[in-house]
Design a protein around this ligand. Sequence first.
Ligand code: CP
Ligand code: NVA
Length: 326
Amino acid sequence: MRHFLTINDFTKHEILEMLALAIKIKTEHKNGVETPYLKGKTLAMIFEKSSTRTRVSFQVGIYQLGGFGISLSNNELQLGRGEIVRDSSAVISSMVDMIMVRTHMHERLEEFARFSSVPVINGLSDVFHPMQLLADYLTMIECGIFVPDPLLHNVGMKENIAKPIVAYIGDGNNMANSWLMLASKLGFEIRLACPNKYMPHKDIIKIANENAKISGATIVITDDIFSVAKGAHVITTDTWVSMGQEDEKEKRMWDFKDYKVDSNIMSLAHKDVIFLHCLPAYRGLEVSEEVIDGEQSKIIEEAHNRLHAQKGVMVWLNEQNQTKKS
Ligand code: CP
Ligand code: NVA
């Protein structure tokens, strides 16, 4: 059974196959062509944390593919009252064709996948947010910022930069980890600037460095926000206080105060730089208003691309697993 818990579960070719499918289906949808690739299939979405983009994009995505989505929050499920993951996963997966889970601990997601008879997709855990990264790369592709590959050329994506540079500024969190996975699989340059106390976990860095030996990716990890911005094609950041870290808010505000993306940082980048943010964003904290609401910002296209990237993932996983339910 192929699940999608982290980008590291896939080869470069497989990731690009999903993105090429996303581009193909996006184009079909735009041209008014029916896209019933998952006709009659059901997707359960389990939210143990809040969500706007993930919830709407999965629900709309499965509908546009001819299927049906069920959105379930923790307080509606027996899971929220202490039913064990093993039973919940086995039961829910006996009735649906795919499950998306947003949860606190990555181990909980892995446990969900272990006991599921259908593919499980990571809709965000404390360690990874892979669906966001596929949408981010799709947005980069549409802006002509991507590693050349025949799979993308075949779906009409021709302009590119031989080795894009992405600068991520801020917390070494699930987004930073996911950027490390994506860059190290696809072979672009990722530069992370995080305060020393908030660097990504060494195990994640180790995996990224191993992947980079194969893909030719360049990985730079520093606490210097100015050096990472120089010549970057993409500048991105994330909230300083992720879901579940609310108790640390005051301390984090202080620790991250010098890690804001503002117009000064953007001015160091490539002249055609784009700004990305997974959202929700906090204007005046991790990013200034002039940057996030300025011309270089692609945040709405990026959020919209969650819909298309995830369609590519769902169709790809379905093809791989040939899920059959009675
Ligand atoms: N970026 C993202 O995952 O947004 P939501 O938390 O609103 O789903
Ligand atoms: N790092 C953030 C991402 C939100 C989409 C969080 O985990 O809350």
